[in-house]
Design a protein around this ligand. Structure first.
Ligand SMILES: [Zn+2]
Length: 360
C-alpha cells in the first residue's frame, strides 16, 4: 500500500479533513429536509470517483490539489504499448490529464533509448480522479504517476500476472539503504531522464534511494532537486507534474527547496522520528472520509458529466500516434464547441471553461 504522498503529513491531513467534515456534516443535517441536492455533498467522494468507469467528456482540467481534487477530460494510457506494460489493470487507474499520459509515454520511449527495457506502469489516476477506494492519498487530479523500479520483462505479462506480480524493493529488508543486488546505474539514469522534463516538478523516492543518488551522481546534479525523499516508494517512483495551462482551479504545490537536497532535510529521514509508529493507527485516512463537499465545487460537475462513447476512443497507444476519433466516437460534449474537446489531437488549443451547473 502506498502511503500519503502529500507533504503535509498524514496526521495533518486527517485533522484537516476532520475539521472540514464537521461543518459539512452539520450543514447536511440542517438542510437535508429542505434542499435535497445538498445531501449529495455529504456523500463519500471515493464511492463516486472509485466507481465511475470512464472520464468526464469535458476539456482537460485539474481541480483542487494533488491530495484533494478531481479532473475532467482524462485519457488512458493503453494497457500495452511498445515500450510499456500497465500493471494492476483491474484497478482502472491508467487515467490522467493528457499532459501526464503523454509524458509517461514519452518517458517510456526515452528510457528505452537510454537502454532501459521498458516501463512497468503503476497507478496514475481514476478516470475522473478524486480519492480512491484504497491506496494513495494523492493521484487525485491526473498529474501523478507511479512507475515501477522493476524493469519490464521481455515478454507480455498475462492479465493474471499483472494483478499478481509484485514490484521488487530497492531497499534492504528492515533497513534504510539501497540493496546493491538490485539497484543499478540504469535505475539512476531512469530517474535522471524522468527529472529532465520541464513539466515534472517532483519525483518521490524512498530516502535510501535519494541517499544513493546523493552519494553517487557525478557531473550535473541539478536534477536531484526534483527527487524528493518520501515514505513508501522503495519499489516504485512517483512522478508529479505541475498544474497544466487552462487549469485555473488547480492548486500549485510549493516549489522545492533550492539545491540538491543532500542535506539536513535528507539526514532527518535517517533518524528515528519519521519511522515512529502512529499514535493513532486506527484513525481514518483523509481519502476515506472525504465528502463531495470537501472537494472543489467543480468536482460535482465532473462526476455528473457525460462519458465519452468508449474507452478505446480515449486511450492513448503511443508511438507518436495521437488519438484519432471517428465522428461517431466523438465524446458526447453536447453544447460545447468541437475545439473544446480534450480528446482532439491538439490538446493545447485554448478551450472555454466548462459550464457551471445552476445553483439550487
Ligand atoms: Zn504514487
Amino acid at each position: 500500500m502506498t502511503p500519503d504522498h502529500s507533504l503535509s503529513g498524514p496526521k495533518n491531513l486527517i485533522l484537516k479533513a476532520a475539521l472540514r467534515l464537521l461543518p459539512a456534516a452539520l450543514l447536511a443535517l440542517t438542510v437535508s429536509a429542505l434542499d435535497a441536492p445538498k445531501v449529495h455533498a455529504a456523500e463519500l467522494a471515493k464511492d463516486l470517483f472509485g466507481h465511475t468507469p470512464l472520464p468526464a467528456a469535458l476539456p482537460a482540467k485539474s481541480y483542487g490539489f494533488y491530495s484533494k481534487g478531481c479532473f475532467s477530460g482524462g485519457i488512458a494510457i493503453a494497457n500495452d504499448g511498445p515500450t510499456w506494460q500497465a500493471m494492476r489493470p483491474s484497478r482502472n487507474r491508467r487515467w490522467g490529464h493528457p499532459a501526464m499520459i503523454k509524458l509517461v509515454e514519452k518517458l517510456s520511449r526515452d528510457a528505452v533509448a537510454d537502454g532501459w527495457p521498458g516501463l512497468m506502469l503503476g497507478d496514475i489516476s481514476q478516470p475522473r480522479g478524486g480519492p480512491m477506494l484504497s491506496g494513495h492519498a494523492s493521484h487525485q487530479i491526473g498529474l501523478d504517476a507511479d512507475i515501477w523500479f522493476t524493469p519490464m520483462p521481455d515478454r507480455r505479462l498475462s492479465p493474471a500476472e499483472r494483478e499478481k506480480i509484485g514490484a521488487v524493493s530497492m531497499i534492504k529488508s528492515k533497513e534504510l539503504t539501497v540493496n546493491e543486488k538490485v539497484w543499478t546505474p540504469a535505475h539512476a539514469r531512469l530517474l535522471r531522464r524522468a527529472a529532465s522534463y520541464p513539466e515534472v516538478e517532483r519525483i518521490l523516492v524512498h530516502p535510501g534511494i535519494k541517499k544513493k543518488l546523493c552519494d553517487t551522481v557525478t557531473g550535473d546534479r541539478g536534477w536531484l532537486q526534483k527527487v524528493r525523499p518520501f515514505w513508501g516508494h522503495d519499489s516504485h517512483f512517483h512522478i508529479r507534474i505541475g498544474c497544466q495551462p487552462g487549469s485555473t482551479e488547480c492548486k500549485k504545490q510549493a516549489a522545492t527547496t533550492k539545491g540538491d537536497g543532500c542535506d539536513k532535510s535528507l539526514a532527518w529521514w535517517f533518524t528515528e522520528e519519521p519511522w515512529r509508529p502512529s499514535k493513532d493507527p486506527d484513525a481514518p485516512k483523509a481519502r476515506d472520509v472525504m465528502t463531495m463537499a470537501a472537494l472543489p465545487k467543480a468536482c460535482r460537475a465532473v462526476i455528473d458529466a457525460p462519458s465519452p462513447v468508449s474507452e478505446a476512443a480515449v486511450t492513448y497507444r503511443g508511438n507518436g500516434t495521437m488519438i484519432a476519433i471517428a465522428p461517431e466516437m466523438q465524446p458526447q460534449t453536447a453544447g460545447l464547441p468541437e475545439t473544446a474537446s480534450a480528446f482532439l489531437p491538439d490538446f493545447d488549443v485554448p478551450v472555454p471553461l466548462p459550464q457551471r451547473r445552476p445553483e439550487h
